[in-house]
Ligand binder design. Sequence first.
Ligand code: ZN
Ligand code: ZN
Length: 288
Amino acid sequence: MPIYLQYYFWLLLVSGVVLVLERLVPRSPAQEVLRPGFVQDLFWMIFNVQYVSWMLAILAVHAAAWVNRAFFHVGLPDPESLKLIASWPLWAQFVTFFLIKDFLEWNIHRALHSYRWMWRFHKLHHSIEVLDWAATFRSHWFEIIIYKVIIYLPLVVLGVNDLVIFWILVFSLLISELSHANLSWDWGIFRYVLSSPRFHAWHHDVELHGKNGQNFGVTLVLWDWIFRTAHWPNDMAFPKEYGLKDGASYPRGIWARMWEPFFPRYFRKRKVGKSLPRGSNEGAGLEK
Ligand SMILES: [Zn+2]
Ligand SMILES: [Zn+2]
């Protein structure tokens, strides 16, 4: 397989380019590459990209069998046989699936902020107190599974070409890294369509500007403008502080962050990391 069709090639290239941009035109020039929590975010990057994709590959085999059986029982054809848009040109498949996937993801993201059990997993992403390219990868693995499981059915039913899926993943990676980066641009008039460093920074504001938050779009943001969940102040370009309001009581070690959403009572009793001050180095070691 040529190197440009390998995800790791784009992961390294996109991360390298965004890192260089952060050095050339930073929003906060004083922010260092090795900021607090950086090493932990590298762990989440490797864990989420490598191990979670293995988990998903195994899960996909079982999910396919289960979905096929469920369709058969209610008298519907095998979803994999439908291939609704498989004969379309690749660009048309790209646009169609990208819009469907992105709208589903925007809804899932809103749900992650609205339901208490889902928020427990999403809290990890919002524990970010310093935004940069590596912060993109701070997500709980179970949250990734939720996204992929929900997007799995339309993907199969539509019969989207593998190349189309690959380029959507690469494009989403680029926009996601730029949105979290220590940069200050907003894409000008395209701010209403595409997520930018300025738009997504407000999603990480420690203050809420909507019922459960604001600016839920990760790649496309037009959904936030259409459904009035966008927050775009003209007077102040960026939030004063990022993170969780109750960040002081949120665990800081990898081990605790990995399992706290499943066993919140156990971790609440232990009050893991409560004594650590806000902004201190979060450490990369597994917390026992
Ligand atoms: Zn969020
Ligand atoms: Zn984010």
